[in-house]
Design a protein around this ligand. Structure first.
Ligand SMILES: [Mn+2]
Length: 388
């Protein structure tokens, strides 16, 4: 059987006031085609389906349209909730989606048996078992541990998550033996993962991330979500983030977006392959002095179906307020079908101290994350913060 692992769709994401609706739509077209062509049997989506807990009607429609198209390909779908998702929003249509062979686990189940999903082949034999674990919220973790076992916050989270998976593996082995591979899903922040600027931090107090050693050895493949760059964890081929299918931030521009395909044969994982998703939009950063950036913009030709998003960073030698005006004029005067400038900044190698404040203040709220604002507030009030 063939499994396709993806995560972090973030339907509804707005990047610097530009909707990424077209980007995710391109991905969905490609995904449906890929599943049809490759005869994928099972699709796993490991959390962060929507960018917001209350998505727009248009985004919700796109989600259901996509699920309908997927159901037409005969693929079985398992969707788990992420830290961005509303549990009740995902879970509300679950009995209806069951009819289309789509299982949704928005939040941790009271009876964790319901997170164990055996996948059967045409002759009724169990081909693999999926542990459909959504993002585990604080209250879920507290339930699975005794109050007396709670030490400091960080080791508590790590221990409680480990116990959740261990329990599931134990129940699975008890019921199905060791005959079929165990595929676990998770929306977790693992130690050693390379993040971008678009993940919202999860499990405050666990900033270092989880050690991959907590993953039970009986788990044959770990289908992770949360981190937006595709990667293996702890150098292990079978513990992977698929990453998000679309670029959610400028910091994600230097690598391909991926899905992971897993093939199971004779009750064993035969291959794990990452497959690059064709790019629908280019995301670029142009750096240099004003003139060279201007030239780069003039010469730029878009080869992709969607308008390119460009970030510009002007670097000039000596401080000159006219250069700031010239940059703004240049941005205003450029009208292009090929690209949009979403972010701009100017730096001077030599800036008089008195001007540094003004330059800093010209940052807009869109340039800041909630954490940046919190940090700024703390420093204004002279509180120190000893976590990064
Ligand atoms: Mn995410």
């Amino acid at each position: 059987m063939k499994i396709l692992h993806t995560a972090d769709w973030h339907i509804g994401k707005i990047l610097h006031r530009q909707s990424l609706y077209d980007d995710i739509s391109y991905f969905f077209d490609w995904l449906v085609q890929r599943i049809t062509d490759e005869k994928i049997d099972l699709l796993l989506v490991s959390g962060d389906i929507f960018d917001l807990a209350n998505p727009s009607n248009m985004d919700t429609k796109l989600y259901y349209q996509t699920l309908y198209r997927l159901s037409k390909t005969n693929v079985k779908v398992i969707i788990t909730g992420g830290n961005h998702d509303s549990i009740s929003l995902l879970d509300a249509p679950s009995s209806l989606l069951d009819v289309l062979d789509i299982t949704v686990v928005g939040g941790a189940k009271d009876d964790i048996h319901n997170e164990i999903i055996p996948i059967t082949g045409t002759h009724g034999e169990v081909e693999c078992i999926v542990l459909a674990v959504p993002f585990l919220r604080d209250k879920d973790l507290r339930q699975s541990m005794q109050a007396s076992e709670m030490a400091d916050k960080s080791s508590f989270i790590s221990e409680a998550i480990k116990q959740h998976y261990d329990k599931l593996v134990e129940m699975t082995v008890e019921k199905f033996g060791h005959s079929a591979p165990i595929i676990a899903m998770g929306h977790l922040y693992m130690q050693g993962s390379i993040t971008s600027d678009s993940e919202r931090e999860i499990h405050i107090g666990n900033l270092e991330g989880l050690d991959s050693k907590i993953i039970h050895p009986e788990i044959d493949y770990m289908a992770l979500g949360h981190i937006h760059k595709p990667q293996k964890i702890g150098n292990k081929n079978n513990i992977r983030y698929s990453g998000s299918p679309v670029f959610l931030d400028f910091s994600e521009r230097d690598y391909d977006k991926m899905v992971i395909e897993i093939e199971i044969e004779a009750n064993e994982i035969k291959s794990i392959t990452s497959v690059a998703i064709p790019k629908s939009r280019e995301i670029l950063k142009f750096t240099g002095d004003l003139n060279s950036v201007k030239n780069m913009l003039m010469e730029y030709q878009n080869k992709y179906p969607l308008t390119t998003f460009i970030e510009i960073e002007i670097q000039e030698n000596e401080f000159d307020v006219l250069k700031i005006q010239a940059m703004e004029d240049m941005i205003d005067s450029i009208k292009s079908e090929e690209f949009k400038i979403l972010k701009n900044r100017i730096f001077f190698d030599q800036t008089p101290d008195s001007m540094k404040v003004i330059l800093n203040e010209s940052r807009t709220i869109q340039d800041l994350s909630p954490l940046d604002i919190f940090r700024q507030k703390l420093s204004e009030n002279k509180y120190s913060m000893n976590w990064k």
